[in-house]
Design a protein around this ligand. Structure first.
Ligand code: MN
Length: 504
């Protein structure tokens, strides 16, 4: 994946303790913690390496550990655990300055109570049950978001929850130096794809820069015929071809032109250190065709993408691609296009061209067709239908006083029949709980027509992200009822107004 590797990150593990029980107790705590961290790493269930940072036995030690975590580039977050009782006032100074994701692992070293041997020494050493409650209190008292995972450290379910959070923590770290390149502005007059880029950088970390499409056009002119030949050969290996798009076909020149744009765009993004980009069909100037194929293939390499200048979606696509990295199933930019009012009701998701082939159900087909918008030459594109399966569709909107993330659980289904005349990639999904309530809730929440969609991700990932970013999140799922959902939106309005006044 472009510019991303889980191996570039670490998660630190800090065990809370105190010296009340004597130096021997701390030695046990330390030995147990070492064994647990080694066990977590050996489980093979965690995408990011856990690094044990020792016990923290005083306010100064906590502050030192957490400020070191803030400063360390590799550290994407900290896991805390209280083996014994760790009086939580000693966590105040450290937590006050701590800026990265926090996971509180509420576990204990032993899995079961040793009935015949348990004595007070054992109890004093193994008292996470109350030590972790003391720690949890101060985190709540300080209004710090964190994820609490409960269970024995060797349990696969516990690993799953930690793994989700690790993926999100790494995606969060990735977003903190994410540069998004926008060719042109947002599509004129469109409200929902626009927003406050300054607030986005403060709150979400990523940075959005504007470039003229002329800068890309200049790069297109520098692409050699050999580079084009190589890309077209790669296309021929990976995709089927429509007759007119094939070598010798009447529109093959458009495929070559698309390859030229792809090579230029990739080079441009690499040179600028960008992880995501947007285009605008209305601002193409010397570019011969809308860069649809390039957007499709660059998304498949891990770049975030949003059409019509939609930088918020470009950022979210990148972030969700990082979260999902290495998992089965794809992640793509999509747009709600057309409804099918039958049964539960479904939505045909598509775009003018730019859907990521990672969600394709079968080998994509290279086609060239006219595009009835933008007034440019006929663009090449990959055409396919997304495979069946559950997934999440998400968007972030700017509500004026805050960002709101809207998440809808959806079920991608097989279309009733082939769509032989549809010249673009598509996905047909049923939004949960059904089209009627799903679409109504989405609209009440102010959601976009653009989404970032992913098969392997679940609500838990999105919730971890919203908690880390400290933004509002509303979920539309199988239990959504419109009266309750409207109430949630109204309560959130009050919560976020008051939250500003209460911020620590
Ligand atoms: Mn669009």
């Amino acid at each position: 994946m472009q510019n991303f590797n889980f191996q570039d990150f670490e998660i630190w593990f800090v065990t809370g303790a105190q010296l009340l029980y004597g130096g021997d107790a701390v030695k046990h705590v330390d030995a147990h913690s070492n064994e647990m961290v080694a066990g977590l790493n050996k489980s093979g269930n965690l995408p990011v390496k856990v690094v044990y940072k020792g016990t923290a036995n005083s306010s100064a030690e906590v502050a030192a550990a957490l400020s070191a975590a803030n400063a360390d580039k590799k550290c994407a977050g900290v896991i805390t655990w209280m083996h014994t009782f760790s009086p939580a006032k000693m966590w105040i100074h450290g937590l006050k300055g701590y800026q990265k994701p926090l996971l509180h692992l509420h576990t204990q070293f032993n899995k079961e109570i040793p009935w015949s041997e348990i004595d007070m020494d054992f109890m004093n050493l193994n008292q996470s049950a109350h030590g972790d409650r003391e720690f949890g209190h101060i985190v709540s008292r300080m209004r710090k978001n964190r994820k609490v995972v409960v269970g024995h450290w060797q349990d696969g379910k516990v690993h799953e929850h930690i793994a989700v959070w690790m993926r999100v923590a790494a995606a969060w770290a990735d977003a903190q130096d994410m540069r998004i390149i926008r060719f042109g502005d947002n599509m004129n007059n469109v409200a929902v794809t626009d927003g406050d880029k300054v607030e986005a950088e403060i709150r979400l970390g990523y940075h959005v820069d504007y470039f003229s499409i002329g800068d890309l056009a200049a790069e297109v002119k520098r692409v050699s015929e050999k580079q084009v030949d190589e890309l077209v050969a790669a296309y021929e290996k990976e995709y089927d071809f429509a007759d007119n798009a094939k070598r010798g076909g009447k529109d093959h020149a458009q495929v070559r032109e698309a390859a030229r744009i792809e090579a230029a765009l990739r080079k441009f993004l690499e040179a600028k250190g960008a992880k995501a980009f947007t285009t605008n069909f209305d601002a193409l100037h010397e570019i011969n065709q809308l860069p649809g194929l390039a957007a499709q293939r660059l998304m498949a390499e891990g770049y975030g993408f949003g059409a019509e200048g939609d930088w918020k979606t470009a950022a979210l696509v990148r972030t969700m691609k990082v979260m999902a990295h290495g998992l089965d199933g794809g992640t793509s930019f999509l747009e709600d296009y057309t409804y099918h009012f039958k049964g539960k009701g479904s939505i045909l998701q598509a775009h003018m061209l730019e859907i990521c082939p990672s969600i394709a159900g079968a080998k994509p087909r290279m086609e060239v067709h006219p595009l009835g918008i933008g007034g440019k030459a006929d663009p090449a594109r990959l055409v396919f239908t997304a495979h069946e399966g559950a997934g999440v569709a998400a968007t972030v909107v700017d509500m004026g006083n805050r960002f709101r993330m809207i998440v809808n659980l959806v079920d991608v289904v097989k279309p009733e029949a082939a769509l032989p005349k549809l010249p673009v990639a598509s996905a047909l999904w049923i939004p949960q709980p059904n089209l009627e309530a799903g679409a109504a809730a989405w609209i009440y929440a102010g959601g976009t027509h653009h989404t970032s969609f992913s098969y392997p991700l679940t609500r838990e990932y999105m919730e971890d992200y919203a908690d880390i970013a400290d933004i509002e999140m509303v979920t539309i799922d199988g239990n959504t009822s419109i009266p309750e959902f409207k109430k949630e939106l109204r309560l959130n309005e009050v919560y976020y107004l008051l939250n500003r006044a209460l911020q620590y």
